[in-house]
Design a protein around this ligand. Structure first.
Ligand code: SAH
Length: 433
């Protein structure tokens, strides 16, 4: 049989919430009756959200797919400044929990019809009276649409305690508004066939409630007499990596610095080899016999921009020096500062060069002194004594590359197993249409 709605009804309901979040730049969202977290799964990609919470009375159903909400490896490898925390609770919407206060949006998608009418009263008091969010989206079946649903007799789901007409939903919603200080607009998803929309309405009816009086009325509610009740059980929580976290910022910065420092070093070495060959061909003296000078100015950086600041290198090795013997290699930036490394052969890349020619290093650190500060205590970075340059071994490129590879593999950020989240249709009848 052809599906009755395209996209499927459960997806249209979730899309309705996503559109609301996008329009209103909602930061804190709680989904009541979140079931297998399929709405939360979609919402986590909307990074204006900073706190995403799910609640369901059935802990087992939440646990089934909750690990799909974990950050994946790209969230760790390419973190942004966005902040996201996810929390999942087992608990009933008929009970208060102080952790659910102060949200911008509460969603209750196809939930209230699973409650007895007495519990709907408690739900109203908990959600509108106690949690008191800026907005509430409530969706519930519209019973006037039922005669159009093929093969349906009775309620749409065996667990439904009632299914309301538009008038019944409206009467409950207006009472809630009056009692708790909200206004409501009625809409829905799942269009009726042409010509019947007005008579039967939407398949899922939706009330969008907005708290009157904006944020002030909210702060009044959270005054001294706020009850600190914690009746829900925390099942899962995770913070997404964010560049606001200094440890994460340092990790990203260090790998960026090492990447560009290696790149600059390789480029310099390639050019140096080419120059030596040319000199050998021309019958000139090779390696370090005399003071030489390499300009990196006006070259395309790997970052894609032109390097305007010349970077110079002096090689003052002893003529005929053997591989592995102590050698001094200098880089010097346009300000005339000069660095050297006196271990086995190594190259010194000034932080000023990295900072000025690598836009990401520049953006992440903000200033040269911040950059130095971030790199100072990091075990992966070898800085010159005065902290003005990164030191890299000349010989060990291959070994370092292998090491880098290991770092990625052993970083501990194994991609969380992402189960597929085919949102299962909630209603019995939806499975058959
Ligand atoms: N909102 C989900 C699924 C709705 S099905 C979706 O959009 O797909 C209704 C859900 O409400 C079920 O997962 C059920 O376990 C949960 N539920 C029923 N009574 C509840 C209560 N008193 N408190 C919290 N959740 C409840």
């Amino acid at each position: 049989m052809e599906p009755m709605f395209s996209p499927p009804l459960h997806r249209q309901r979730h899309q309705f919430v996503i559109d609301f979040v996008k329009r209103n730049k909602t930061k804190k969202v709680v989904d009541l009756g979140c079931s297998e977290c399929s709405l939360l799964q979609k919402l986590k990609f909307h990074r204006e959200i900073e706190l995403l919470v799910g609640v369901d009375i059935r802990g087992a159903i939440v646990k089934k797919k909750m690990h799909g909400l974990a950050p994946v490896s790209t969230d760790y490898l390419q973190p942004s400044y966005d902040q996201l925390r996810v929390e999942l609770y087992q608990g009933s919407v008929t009970q208060k929990d102080a952790r659910l206060r102060g949200f911008d949006l509460v969603t209750s998608i196809e939930l209230i019809e699973h409650l007895t009418l007495a519990d709907v009263e408690r739900f109203s008091e908990v959600v509108f009276g106690y949690m008191s969010p800026g907005a509430v989206i409530v969706s519930t079946p519209n019973s006037e649409f039922n005669p159009l649903l093929p093969g349906l007799s009775g309620f749409r789901h065996s667990d439904h305690k009632f299914e309301w007409t538009r008038a019944e939903f409206k009467s409950w919603a207006l009472k809630v508004c009056l009692e708790y200080g909200y206004e409501v607009e009625f809409t829905g998803v799942g269009q009726a066939p042409p010509g019947q929309q007005e008579r039967v309405g939407f398949c899922s009816q939706i009330g969008v409630f907005q708290r009157l009086g904006g944020s002030e009325s909210c702060s009044m509610l959270f005054g001294d007499d706020a009850e600190d009740v914690f009746s829900y059980t925390l099942l899962y929580s995770v913070n997404y990596p964010s560049l606001h976290d200094n440890n994460i910022l340092r990790r990203v910065l260090v790998s960026e610095v090492l990447y560009w420092a290696e790149k600059l070093k390789s480029r310099w070495m390639e050019e140096r080899t080419g120059e030596s060959q040319r000199q050998a061909e021309d019958g000139e003296e090779c390696f370090g016999a005399s003071e030489r000078h390499m300009e990196m100015g006006e070259k395309q950086t790997a970052c894609g921009s032109e390097v305007k600041t010349p970077v110079e290198q002096w090689d003052r090795g002893v003529p005929g020096q053997q591989e592995g013997e102590e050698q001094q290699v200098f880089w010097r930036n346009g300000l005339g500062r000069q660095e050297s490394c006196r271990s086995r052969r190594c190259v010194s890349v000034p932080l000023a060069v990295l900072w000025s020619c690598c836009p990401k290093v520049n953006a992440l650190s903000g200033s040269l002194s911040n950059l130095r500060h971030f790199l100072m205590d990091d075990p992966k970075v070898r800085l010159s004594q005065d902290g003005s340059a990164v030191l890299l071994n000349v010989q060990e490129q291959d070994a370092e590359e292998e090491e880098d590879h290991d770092v990625v593999e052993d970083s501990g950020y194994a991609e969380a197993s992402r189960c597929s989240h085919s949102a299962e249709p909630e209603e019995d009848w939806e499975a058959n249409v």
